[in-house]
Ligand binder design. Sequence first.
Ligand SMILES: [Zn+2]
Length: 216
Amino acid sequence: MMMIFGGLTGACWASFLLCQAWRSTQNGPQPARSYCPACRGPIAGYDNIPVLSFLILCGRCRQCRAAIDPLGWYGEIAGLVGGSLVIRQPPSVIAFAVLLSILAASDLYRYSFTDGWFWIGAAVCLACAWQTLHWLPAALIFAAGILPVYYRKLGDGDWEVITLAALLFGLTPVLLWLLVASGLGIVLILLRRGNQHQPLPFLPVLFISLLVLISR
Ligand SMILES: [Zn+2]
């Protein structure tokens, strides 16, 4: 029952986050209600059900039949799976997963995130785990990231998130997490060979990798 509740909450949460992140990339005034990017017609509530509506509509707008970007649907599935897995975790893991979901949704569409969200989320995570913080692993990860960030091989946002994870969970889980994320990143880069002009946003990869580790 907990898993179903977590999954439904996660899917709705992901749908909301992805919609907000996508909207933030659009210029000019936008309708207050959900709308189709192609015909700008409003999307009815029954066509806006996370995960299901995309399937029922076969990935097309009901009015103009334009194809819907599947990226949002993938994100909703990640939210569904993520919510059902995360709900049974300790508070620090839940707080970190929620923070990472916000940053990953933003990274997916904007290749960046608002620093304020990171610091608010980091404060909540630290409050959940303040008795068991891993200072030395965090210092090591922080130091290891200086050169890659300087030479732009690693985004500074990714660096902040990974350092926070080391502070919360210690060195071994974080190294394992990075190993899974690197493998997944390589697979995704190979899969999108036709679309190499866009860099791969790393925070969504880190979010999926977190779910892989939690599901063990
Ligand atoms: Zn349309």
